[in-house]
Design a protein around this ligand. Structure first.
Ligand SMILES: Cc1ncc(COP(=O)(O)O)c(C=O)c1O
Length: 400
């Protein structure tokens, strides 16, 4: 069958594919530890869910403006203004169906045929695919492993061409958990500004931060305004508030650009589900409860992060991993376990799922199939069990 050139390079999300297979095997009765997903294992905090339910009862079930309820956009702008330490215009906020739609709006609006978009790698699997959907060219730029893969202006400069129009970075990073410092963000922002390159900065994991020096990862918005050129900030409630199923994210950009995003969205999906907006409004305005729930989940995530690192050190000695300073993934290298049959992380993950029932995401999804990503948004027991099974498989492989 003939399809349009629009979807010539389209493929389903690699991370969702693994997770779906793991869920299918579990449904068939297999004992599966699914550590491939990208969502918190907590329920949405009750104060947020209740607000959504109350919204439905109160009849808040009709269309809203496509860019979202004005009160929600204002509440998000107030949160971002606090983050930035300066007043930000709420007309720059567009509420979207998950951060994914904010990224789609951004990439589809700003880039097209003939444009190149640099993607800091390893990257979240969706970025290059969205660039492909826009029929622009994604170009992965790998940071050095010694810097937890964070990219530098020098590496970006080497990848620059006359067609470069954009750069996508993600901090804290999915899959590595690496977090850019403010200084690192500043030199990248200045580089993008000076080169006239759009900077798309995805900070969806900002509130899941494991280091003791701050309560949240540094944000691009904290930089002096003069350091920032053309910027789109991406964020949402999926990870911070365990609201993946409510489908609510947002972008922040200039009011002019946001009007374009809104026009695009008005032709596609219109507004985000109204009860979800009402629930998110509570998350952005009930500060005490919001802070308490972020802290509660954060404590668990940090404990599990420490557990995951110590189990790698103990049970998989010599295996390299990036220290996750944020998010809930540990990214580790498995090519030392390859053998005659298993020559890449995709095959290694298939073997692990088949033989030991542990689902991880192979690095092919993130641009380097020597690595794998494990989500530690799971109980301590599950993580312990997963590492024992991995160690058992690796041990068995060594003796054969
Ligand atoms: C880096 C990153 N950005 C954006 C998203 C999309 O989040 P959502 O569409 O649920 O808001 C995800 C989800 O896994 C992600 O990992």
């Amino acid at each position: 069958m003939q399809f349009s050139a629009n979807i010539e390079k389209l493929k389903p999300s690699a991370t969702i594919a693994v997770s779906t297979l793991a869920k299918k095997l579990a449904a068939e009765g297999r004992d599966i530890l699914n550590l491939s997903g990208g969502e918190p294992d907590f329920d949405t905090p009750a104060f947020i869910s209740e607000a959504g339910i109350e919204g439905i009862r109160a009849g808040r079930t009709r269309y809203t403006p496509p860019a979202g309820l004005p009160e929600l956009r204002k509440a998000i702008a107030a949160r971002l203004s606090e983050q930035a330490g300066r007043e930000l215009d709420w007309n720059g906020v567009v509420v979207t169906t998950g951060a994914k739609q904010a990224l789609f709006n951004t990439i589809f609006t700003l880039f097209g045929p003939g444009d190149e978009v640099l993607v800091a790698a390893p990257y979240w699997t969706t970025y290059p695919d969205l660039v492909n959907i826009a029929r622009a060219e994604p170009k992965a730029v790998f940071g050095d492993e010694s810097r937890d893969f964070k990219v530098t202006p020098q590496e970006l400069e080497a990848a620059l061409s006359e067609n470069t129009r954009g750069l996508v970075i993600n901090t804290p990073s999915n899959p590595t958990g690496a977090v850019y410092s403010l200084e690192e963000l500043e030199v990248i922002a200045v580089w993008a500004r000076d080169r006239g390159v759009w900077l798309v900065c995805d900070e969806i994991y900002r509130n899941i931060y494991h280091e003791a020096d701050r309560t949240a990862a540094p944000s691009i918005l904290e930089l002096p305004e003069s350091a920032i050129g053309d910027l789109v900030l991406i964020d949402g409630v999926s990870k911070s508030y365990a609201m993946t199923g409510w489908r609510l994210g947002f972008s922040y950009a200039s009011a002019e650009v946001s009007q374009k995003f809104t026009a695009l969205q008005s032709q596609m999906t219109s507004n985000v589900s109204t009860p979800s907006q009402v629930a998110a409004l509570e998350a952005f305005t009930n500060f005490d409860e919001a802070r308490a729930s972020i802290e509660k989940m954060g404590i668990a995530f940090t404990r599990r992060r420490d557990l995951a690192m110590s189990r790698i050190d103990e049970l998989l000695p010599g295996v390299e991993y990036t220290r996750p300073s944020g998010a809930f993934y540990v990214y580790f290298r498995v090519d030392s376990f390859f053998d005659a049959e298993v020559q890449d992380a995709s095959a290694w993950c298939s073997r692990l799922l088949e033989e030991k029932g542990v689902a991880l995401v192979p690095g092919a999804a993130f641009g380097d199939d020597r690595w794998v990503r494990m989500s530690f948004a799971a109980s301590d027991e599950m993580l312990e069990d997963a590492f024992s099974r991995i160690a058992a498989m690796v041990g068995a492989a060594e003796t054969t």
